[in-house]
Design a binder for this molecule. Structure first.
Ligand code: FAD
Length: 588
């Protein structure tokens, strides 16, 4: 099925005639949804415009130097099979390599050690690949610059943020109990102890990884790795808690390599250095709870950290260039979250951008421009910059190995996670969106299995996304917005939690469960939940998508009562017209 669609410049606030300063794609490129297409720049800021669909670029309608506004056509995209294209949102497809392959170097010297597989980076992608490769009988080395394994996710990402969010959720839940006649005094918060708890959680997991590496005889080499050529990596050994160099180097020879060097926080050029201005890592450091906090960027990371600080006592403002928070999730889900969280915010500034930040002794003064921009600069006690993450592809000497890296630092791979150099694989954040740990792990297993000679490839239909806010917002597969944009004909069914016995008993019945079926095949292609524990329940929907289930498969599966997960079966019954937990459907 072929489906050529126009990709237009989305809502970019009140900016008009904005200059195109970079075009990342060319005709013939195969792109995934959320891949960046172009960068726009005003005199104050620049923004990358992501693709709203997956497919092959047929025609480019703009060039560097052009001036564009909302609605300008950027390119024509052939969304292969539209449904399949959006389902397979993940790694960049192999077809046309848009980036010229660099000429590899040749290392003439000796090596200190030799391995079947060298894994560069010890994050979720890297350690999963290394462990799987070792389990499959390969001799593996893993190079990691920091003292602990686990990468961003375990050290400064998924895990510490969830350790803090768990505490915040318990505080919030206890506050809700007041309505049921159970009243506790306001909590006394010992920040040092809370930080200690978070660090203990990290320690437990990272120590576990070190033990598992040893048990598998995976050699962990502590240092900063750079390719010397397609078969050698040089490691500058590091020590201490950061990346202090010891001055010693090791050259490692490998038969195959897996690049898992991840991503880093994007820094906005106009933001000054000041301890009151933090990124996600700084926010996880939990040094103090400010009275008034600004979150720059209304994505998941910013909103999760905002939730923690707000529950601990901060008043929040958030500024977002797009027309809604939590981009990627359907708006009906986000509306439920927003209503429940309105009390945390003084000001939600949409279609607005930050144009100046000044650090003064009494606070950080921030100036905004756009639809919701206050006239005067606003004063904050703390500013969290959560404006996205950039891949580390340009920092590892990939060109010496002949590995092609895009202008933005991503490494393109095929469905077996091979780069343009067939014995070198790449996985995780460094290969593209969505930058999520579970995607990195899945890709890591594929790369390791292929390296061990297995016929594996990345064939997941859908990658889940979860905002671990309160309530949680979780979705997997095709969203309703995406179906609309890509002309996918769907049937949706919704089960409101206002009719769920368990949700009512919990005093949290604001959520709903939504299933999205392909209108022609009646198979499940997407689903979403907003409500408490939504993320924990999403797995069933993901499995049903992978298994190609229809409403009967899901509705006739007996779900335990009373559970929140029951809402998935009930939503399928809604699609079948057999739900008896809702009022009867009026006959047309
Ligand atoms: P990384 O985790 O970035 O690991 C790369 C590793 O490579 C690092 O340890 C780095 O030190 C090392 N490295 C890089 N270059 C070199 C070099 N030259 N030499 C040696 N070592 C090198 N994802 C989720 O799925 N769920 C969540 O809830 C979630 N929450 C998040 C919360 C926050 C605050 C943040 C910042 C991220 C969150 N993420 C979450 C995203 C998740 O952390 C990443 O998608 C995941 O860590 C990517 O794994 P990776 O292995 O590709 O890279």
């Amino acid at each position: 099925m072929s489906n050529v669609i126009e990709l237009k410049v989305p809502d970019i606030g009140d900016a008009k005639n904005v200059e195109v300063i970079e075009v990342f794609v060319k005709v013939g490129d195969s792109i995934a949804k959320e891949d960046s297409l172009i960068t726009l720049e005003t005199d104050k800021a620049s923004m990358e415009v992501p693709s709203s669909a997956a497919g092959v670029v047929k025609e480019i309608r703009i060039k560097v130097g052009d001036k564009v506004s909302e609605g300008s056509v950027m390119l024509l995209l052939e969304a292969r099979d539209a449904a399949a294209a959006s389902l397979a949102a993940a790694p960049a497809a192999p077809a046309a390599a848009p980036v010229a392959a660099p000429q590899p170097a040749s290392h003439g010297g000796a090596a200190d050690a030799e391995f079947d597989v060298l894994v560069l980076g010890g994050g979720p992608g890297g350690y999963s690949a290394a462990f799987r490769a070792a389990d499959l009988g390969l001799k593996v080395a893993m190079v990691e610059r920091y003292a602990t394994l686990g990468g961003v996710c375990l050290n400064v990402g998924c895990i510490p943020s969830k350790a803090l969010l768990h505490n915040a959720a318990v505080i919030d839940e206890v506050r809700h109990l007041a309505a049921n006649g159970i009243k506790y005094p306001e909590p006394k918060i010992d920040l040092d102890a809370l930080r200690g708890y978070k660090n203990k959680v990290i320690g437990k997991l990272t120590t576990g990884l070190t033990g598992m590496a040893k048990a598998r005889k995976v050699e962990v080499i502590r240092g900063l790795g750079r390719f010397l050529d397609p078969y050698h990596v040089e490691v500058e050994l590091t020590t201490g808690t950061g990346q202090e160099k010891t001055g010693q180097k090791q050259v490692i020879k490998f038969k195959q390599a897996i690049i898992a060097a991840g991503s880093r926080v994007v820094k906005l050029p106009f933001i000054p250095e000041d301890p009151r201005i933090v990124d996600s890592t700084g926010a996880l450091g939990l040094q103090a709870v400010p009275k008034k906090m600004l979150v720059i960027g209304g994505g998941i990371i910013g909103l999760e950290m905002g939730t923690v600080y707000s529950t601990l006592g901060a008043r929040l403002d958030v500024v977002e260039m797009m027309d809604g928070l939590m981009q990627g999730a359907d708006r009906d889900l986000v509306r439920v979250w927003q209503k429940m969280n309105a009390h945390r915010f003084d000001n939600i500034m949409l279609k607005t951008k930050t144009v100046a930040v000044e650090a003064k002794p009494d606070g950080i003064y921030v100036t905004f421009e756009g639809d919701a921009a206050p006239k005067e600069a606003q004063r904050y006690d703390m500013v969290l910059v959560a404006a996205g993450r950039a891949p580390n592809g340009k920092l590892i000497g990939a060109e010496q190995a002949g590995v092609a890296v895009t202008d933005r630092g991503f490494i393109e791979v095929d469905k077996q996670m091979r780069t343009n150099v067939p014995h070198i694989f790449a996985i995780g954040d460094i290969v593209g969106q969505p930058m999520l740990a579970h995607k990195a792990v899945h890709e890591g297993h594929v790369a390791a299995e292929v390296a061990a000679g297995h016929k594996a490839y990345f064939d997941a239909r859908a990658i889940p996304g979860v905002a671990y806010t309160d309530p949680e917002v979780a979705w997997v597969g095709v969203t309703e917005d995406e179906a609309k944009k890509n002309g996918i004909k769907i049937e949706k069914s919704v089960f409101p939690w206002a009719a769920s016995g368990r949700a009512i008993a919990n005093g949290r019945d604001e959520g709903f469960t939504k299933l999205i079926f392909d209108a022609e095949t009646h198979r499940l292609i997407g689903g979403a939940i907003v409500g408490t524990h939504a993320g924990d329940m999403l797995g069933e929907i993901g499995l049903a998508i992978e298994m190609g289930c229809d409403p009967t498969d899901i509705g006739k599966t007996i779900h335990a009562h009373p559970t929140l997960g029951e809402s998935i079966g009930l939503a399928a019954e809604v699609a079948e017209g057999s739900c008896t937990d809702l009022p009867p459907v009026r006959k047309k």
